[in-house]
Design a protein around this ligand. Structure first.
Ligand code: UD1
Ligand code: MG
Length: 436
């Protein structure tokens, strides 16, 4: 990777490699998503896409991180951890203006400014490290992360001169037919020497179809002023997927899902059909658990070892399955904790419940948790047997070793070791023998 200037450049960088700050641009609207929700809060595997970018940045351990917010900043702010400086872009007039806002929080800093966009969530830490290493070791003024796409539609195209040096970026909307044919694209990630970025932003003009201040215009400005501009290519173009539309969101979601599912499989979880298994970011699953097809696991779910989940299981937020639990087929669970060696099979709805160990929940059991005003809790203690089609009208507690007959409707607490039947359930047998 030579460029016309780098061959002559010998002076060492004026700053240290560790002198690095990150500006994350997340002020934009959700125009192409046609959404009231800010784009960066749209989710991949149940997590806002900005969360992945923030993780990536944390892994780089920069000296400072500045997030530029604008559109619905109150909402976006909620996903930004403490320690990250937030600046507000007052008018959303383009990425160059957003970077300018970011720089206002970095006065006095000398070193590398890495600009990241909040809508590029699949990027890997190693790729960014490669970019930063190249930028620093070659003493470049602006290093772009680029990639090659067979269908580059929508992305800024990389212009190279007769020496093959980067000399500009042309946006899709402003490109002519020849430029549209260029397959090398701007991923949006650029490492800058801070002083070069700061002193040249002011030359950017909104002379384009969108009448915006494009950060990408700085590349031509730097090249024309004989500053050193260079590029590092990402090998896997999927990493650089920028999300502007719902279709791109769906594509990124399935790529992220593949990464999550692959990681579970590497860690000893069997996923019978990864293509029909949707597991949220942050889920915990123990080894030797088997996930059957058509399973959806939402956020904040923890599954123990040797469990069996699905087929057709929907584990919603706040579910915890201890070891050796069988959950499914056809079940829905939410905000519930299920003890070891408990079976919840065949068409059940378990909500706001604490279920003990060695419990057997019969087919079609429902915990009726909602009374129209509030959600109520069900407690099912250890070694209980719930007969098929039981409805437990919460709040209710079913004592240990109790049994409910098929079709019973539980409306009050059931003492330990009793057998109840009917609608509403009445006591049939008191003090049932252990395991009887
Ligand atoms: C941008 C690049 C394009 C690149 C593509 C990669 C520019 C002008 N174009 O296009 O070359 O190929 O990303 O995905 O940069 N934002 C602000 N304030 C603004 C405008 C945008 O903070 O005033 C933020 C957005 O929230 C977003 C990011 O900047 O996170 C990029 O903006 P977006 O509109 O998605 O740019 P693209 O059209 O994708
Ligand atoms: Mg974009």
């Amino acid at each position: 990777m030579y460029s016309r200037v780098s061959l002559f450049r010998t002076s060492p960088p004026i700053y240290m490699k560790k002198d690095i700050v990150v500006i994350i641009l997340a002020a934009g609207k959700s125009t192409r998503m046609k959404s009231a929700l800010p784009k960066v809060l749209h989710k991949l595997c149940s997590r806002p896409m900005l969360g992945y970018v923030l993780d990536l940045v944390a892994g780089l351990k920069p000296k400072q991180v500045v997030a530029v917010l604008g559109n619905q900043q109150g909402l976006v702010r909620k996903v930004i951890p403490k320690g990250i400086k937030i600046v507000i872009q007052k008018k959303l007039i383009g990425t160059a203006d957003a970077v300018k806002a970011g720089l206002s929080a970095l006065k006095g800093f000398k070193g590398t400014v890495l600009v990241l966009y909040g809508d590029i969530p699949l990027l890997k830490k190693e790729t960014l490290k490669k970019l930063i290493d190249y930028h620093f070791e070659n003493n470049v003024d602006a290093t772009l992360l680029t990639t090659t796409l067979k269908k580059p539609f929508g992305y800024g195209r990389i212009m190279r001169d007769k020496y093959s040096s980067v000399c500009g970026i042309v946006e899709e909307k402003d490109a002519d037919e020849v430029q549209k044919d260029i397959k090398e694209i701007n991923t949006g990630i650029i490492a800058f020497r801070k002083d070069r970025l700061a002193e040249n932003l002011k030359y950017i003009r909104p002379n384009n179809r969108k009448k915006e201040y494009y950060l990408t215009d700085i590349i031509e400005i730097l090249a024309k002023r004989d500053y050193l501009v260079d590029a590092v290519k990402v090998d896997d173009p999927q990493e650089a997927l920028g999300i502007n539309t719902r279709a791109e969101l769906a594509k990124a979601n399935s790529l992220m899902q593949k990464t999550i599912n692959d990681k579970f499989m590497q860690n000893g979880v069997t996923i019978m059909d990864p293509a029909s298994t949707f597991i949220s970011f942050g889920t915990k699953i123990g080894a030797d658990t088997v996930i059957y097809p058509f399973t959806v696991i939402e956020s904040n779910v923890k599954i123990g070892k040797r469990c069996s989940v699905g087929p057709f299981a929907h584990l919603r937020e706040g579910v915890e399955l201890k070891d050796d639990v069988t959950a499914g087929n056809f079940i829905e669970m939410v905000r519930s904790r299920i003890g070891v060696k408990t079976f919840v099979k065949h068409f059940s709805y378990i909500a706001d419940s604490s279920v003990g160990s060695n419990v057997n929940i019969g087919a079609g059991t429902v915990t009726a948790n909602f009374d129209g005003i509030k959600k109520n809790h069900t407690i099912i203690e250890n070694n209980v047997k719930i007969g098929s089609d039981t409805v437990i009208v919460a709040p209710a507690k079913i004592g240990k070793f109790a049994v409910t007959g098929a079709g019973s409707v539980i409306t009050k607490n059931i003492p330990d070791r009793t057998v109840v039947v009917g609608v509403p359930a009445r006591i049939l047998t008191k003090k049932r023998k252990k395991n009887g």
